[in-house]
Design a protein around this ligand. Sequence first.
Ligand code: BES
Ligand code: ZN
Length: 633
Amino acid sequence: MRRFAATLALLLATSACTTMEQGPTVTSAQQAMVSPILTSPEAQDDLTYAQPEVARVTHVELDLDLDFDAKRVGGTATLDILAEPGADQIVLDSNGLEIARVTDIAGNELPFTIGAMVEDGGKGAPLTIALNGARTIRIQYLAPTDATALQWLSPEQTAGGEYPYLFSQGQAILNRTWIPTQDSPGIRQTWEARITAPKPLDVVMSGVRQGEPEDLGNGRRAFRFIMDKPVPPYLIAIAAGDIDFRAIGPRSGVWAEPSVLDEAWREVGDTEEMIEAAEELYGEYRWGRYDMIVLPPAFPYGGMENPVMTFLTPTFIAGDRSNNGLIAHELAHSWSGNLVTNAVWGDSWLNEGVTTYFENRIVEAVYGEKRAEQEAALMFANIQETLAEVGRDAPGTALSTDGGYELGSAIAYDKGAFFLMTVESIVGRERFDAWLRQWFDNHAFQPATSEMFYEDMMANLVRNEAEAQRLSLREWIFEPGLPANVARPDPAAFAEVDAAVNTYARTGAIPSAYEGWTSAERQRFLDNIPKDRSAAQLAALDEGLGLSETGNNEELFLWLELALANRYQPAVAQAETFLGEVGRAKFVRPLFQTLWNEGAWGQPIARRIYADTRDTYHAVTRSGVDRVLGIEG
Ligand code: BES
Ligand code: ZN
């Protein structure tokens, strides 16, 4: 109770933001957005140095030059600040930034210090700036060459092979390596940017491009962008390369290198339908355009939900749209994550779990119930597998954790999704959908915590004590393991495949139906057949099912994993080619792990391949593989 009273006092003090002083571009809407929830104990972000209750960034204006020779980004960041009347300093996050000078808007020097650097985990160092009354400050800086948010690709790493390429990845706390701001998901900021880049490269960002690029006459062009909706700073993103655009629908389109654009465009052809399905489910798409960029294969993730410009790996392209759950997923983040945002990364299930549920609903609406059920059944198997591995009482298996993503996608993503599926099955779809829609509406452009999610369900969804009992909400959110009331996937979803797995395990008979199966069915088969296979058995599988020839990288990955785990020499060359092209951590790290587990056979292969590929991977992928191979980062 005492704690509650103290929190309340703090909350009242800091939400009285009308008394705060502010920089010029702060609107009344933004003032209201100094979210009182940030002062509650469970919303304290340990991964930022910012003290938003004292002084808080509301708007970031970047004027940056992309130097592809030096592989450095530099220029100025001009920040608008909302601060308490007496506030005499602001604390920003920085990691490796070289700060040349800081001034107020009139050019008066503002003293600053960079505090002690936390080496581990990328928290970086606090950049503390004396305000001397200023509410707009300008930082002149240079990002380090090894900024972990940025990956500079050589021409050889692109499809065209002729021009270099740059992309950024901000989530979770990487953007402080190239933007000096308060890098916390609860501190929302509008932003604008002017970016200069060498011709003929094109630049896109996670904001709306303004007009045509300006030719600077020195072989360079300037591009302008605006994001007028307040976003958490991990969503500021940039990509630059030899890229073209092709429209899909009235508000959607796709960017890619010229030689990839056609197949990318064909693969994402259901996007407009997905946006319509998403709006039908949970309300208006609030960001204006929905464009995507298909990046080179070095991109370390499947996708990243950068507002108005989803970033995608090209490895999702299968020719038949079978991996398009990825697009449904990144699109769904336009509500869960980008509109309503986890206040702390330990609550990332609020972004990823809610999105995975929403993704499955879009897949159902666009591709039908069967596909949605199968994809859900794959998630359920993933949860079971992970729980069996780490134990049902491992603390990291609670949705709300203090940690990050150690358990892959099984908990935050799949357990999170099954939580919502379970609630839906208990209260009924109609009530559930109405509840989720109001959650997005009532918390739009605000941070959220697990505690708020629980309170909101209790206040706006749960009808009575008996229903509360049946739901076990607190157990779902705060306890490890999988609650007994989980809505299990329909076993019929994979009845045919599971029968084929049994037959194969008993007799070695290769299923003749495989070719006609959905990708989810194939993945189920490859995941569930006996793991211990002889070379002859692997050859028969490859021959019978065309595994090494598949155009679907999810299936190819499962094949390579199975083959390498059985020291199957004929697969090594293909694995080497794959690992030399693809930088997606979800594929790369497990393949190196599989090789590593094969001791005297696999470790020399892993070392040899990694010696060639390490430099081509993004810092995220590199650090994962470094850990597998025991390399000091
Ligand atoms: N936001 C995530 C990517 C991410 C997660 C970046 C954690 C940094 C830290 C993105 O929306 C995502 O979940 N991508 C998945 C897509 C898949 C689940 C369909 C991926 O990259 O595999
Ligand atoms: Zn996601």
